[in-house]
Design a protein. Sequence first.
Length: 533
Amino acid sequence: MATNKSKIEKKALAFVQKGNYRKAALEYERLVADSPKDIRAHEKLLDLYLRIGKKEDAIGECKIVSDHYLAGGFIPRAIAAWKKCGRVDRENPDIYRNLGELYLKQKLVGDALNSFQRCAVCLRKADRPEEAASVLSMMEELAPKNPMIKLLLAEHHLQLEQYEEFKTHLDRAIGQLQESGRKNKLLVALENLYKKHNRPELIKPLAELYVNMGQHEHALEFIRDGLGVLPGDRGLRLDAINAHIALGNQDEARRMAHELYEENPADILIMEQLAYFAESSGNVEEQVSWYERLSVACRDQGQEVKAGRYEKKAKELAPQSEEPAFAFEGGEVDAVFDSLVTDDEPLPIDRSGFSEEELEDGLKEADLYLKYGLEDKAKEKLLELVEFDPENVPIHRKLRDIYFRRSEMDAWSKEQVKIAELLTSAGELHDAAATYAAVLEELPDNVQAKAGLAALTPDQKDEPGELKLDRTSSHEPEGADLQMLEVEPGGAEELLESDLGELEYDLASGIAGFEGIDATELGDIVKEFKAGV
């Protein structure tokens, strides 16, 4: 048998040297038929099938080779076999699915997610949307802190016209990116989606984001286009009102608010805005009228506390009224704030009697100021509150967003760093890393953000762009999250173009199910596969 094998190999080699790969493959087919456990022969047959384009036969041989090495614990060799197939057959989702599973066994999570994303693209091209959604959902389970995967899921459902699912995933992605202060990243992603699909479902989140980022003129241009597609849309008109307020176009803002009120006289938000317009114009009688209407509307809608606040405000502005003050069993309700806009300086905080409830009311007041585009008042209130509770993350986030809208990047970065420090102290390391990353995206030379991020990964010495994995203790897919850190993905070999232009595996992408692994243990493996071996 050994002699026959030698003769067959020599004969096959002669065919290869002459470029007759088909005949060489026939010889190796004879060899593996006689010696089915000869893995080297299977590997050579795999190479020959790939050369002559017998993709299905190549996949069969690849599975034999991969299973052999996987059983022996030689996962890198199994990966190498599937990567050979991937170079020749780029449309086969099974190749990328198998690669992803093998990368996970090696704890190469970034490569695994890249492979699964390629698999999803192939499945979608093959008109297998349910399987594609399943792969994307698996990616989300692996990386629950990664907003870019949620955007891929959102786009997938958008293409299938599954608008509820689209909105769910989009809202989650927006929430994660906004929470970490990465609004520019979010804006780019949403703009790319809109340019590619031109779907009206993307208009409203984009318009709101433009307003929140202080791009009011751009927001108004976009809103006008949006109203051409979604005429009369309440959300877009509210965004337009806020943009006009920020730009000082009070008359136009008031006109639009009156239109919305006439369409829905029970709309509390619109009445609040109209009350603000009355106050800003100094029309006390009109103010009282709106506060009285607000009191009735809030009570009718079950918002008793708010109803009491507005009734009290109306009484304070019209003290001649003899009607009894609105009260509850626990006594008269204190107002959240005396008026939406005042010319007086804010009263100092009474720290001895400042309760958590009053802190919450203060945040609500700041939210109202922001809703009306009154950033100065909102900032003033938030700075007042942060003195009372300097470790309150929501307060710092609201301040951060104000500074970002105003392009006050030094103040913005200080708030971001403070938020990251508080999150680190609370043990929320994924969110802390994402917050530091947001600083470095805007200010790459920020020393505090670099130091903070380095402190979260003290043993990492990789160059920017390389895969970084936190230390972990278990090799089984159970337990806490693995933190995968990759600042920029550039250079992933032969990466299929993703639907967002780039699939970024962000800082703190939060890979669930791995207790972790020391990246130094993967040195040779990482080098081998990053080099495309």
